[in-house]
Design a protein around this ligand. Structure first.
Ligand code: CU
Length: 151
């Protein structure tokens, strides 16, 4: 049943989208997050985002947290600070990698701690592309990047 609905949705999307639209779809790869401490209310999510045309990531949302915000980590007078990013520019064909110490999606008001091995969805919205929802894999607390998952 579920499979039929998915197939129907895919067919509808395929027929309702002009070729230009399909070509301008942004792609989100290797989404991951670090596990958080049991009492933590904030966490970070990371991924690689690309688009075949110039586009902008405008916002992020997840049911795992009250708020998700695009952030950038910058050094100001020797102090590392995180600043909100109103829009993240995507140049045609140039992937932008969100990673610790750089761009990230800040999760604020976590509804539950992020536990290694769990996953949760994040939806990104764009200036031009249709929204993209990905399943974020939770890695070890100190992980530096996404693990290869064998399924
Ligand atoms: Cu942040």
């Amino acid at each position: 049943m579920r499979r039929n609905i998915l197939a129907m949705t895919a067919a509808l999307l395929a027929t309702s989208l002009a070729p230009g639209w399909a070509a301008a779809q942004a792609v989100v790869a290797a989404p991951w997050a670090r596990a958080t401490a049991p009492m933590a209310k904030a966490g970070g999510a990371f991924m690689t985002i690309s688009s075949p045309v110039a586009d902008q990531v405008l916002s992020a949302a997840t049911p795992a947290a009250e708020m998700a915000e695009l952030h950038q980590t910058v050094e100001q007078a020797g102090v590392m600070k995180m600043l909100p990013v109103p829009a993240l520019d995507l140049l045609p064909g140039q992937a932008v990698t969100l990673k610790p110490g750089s761009y990230h999606i800040m999760l604020m008001g976590l509804k539950a701690p992020l536990k290694q091995g769990d996953s949760f969805p994040i939806t990104l919205t764009f200036a031009h592309s249709k929204p993209v929802t990905v399943q974020v894999q939770v890695e070890a607390p100190g992980a530096a990047g996404p693990m290869m998952h064998m399924h």
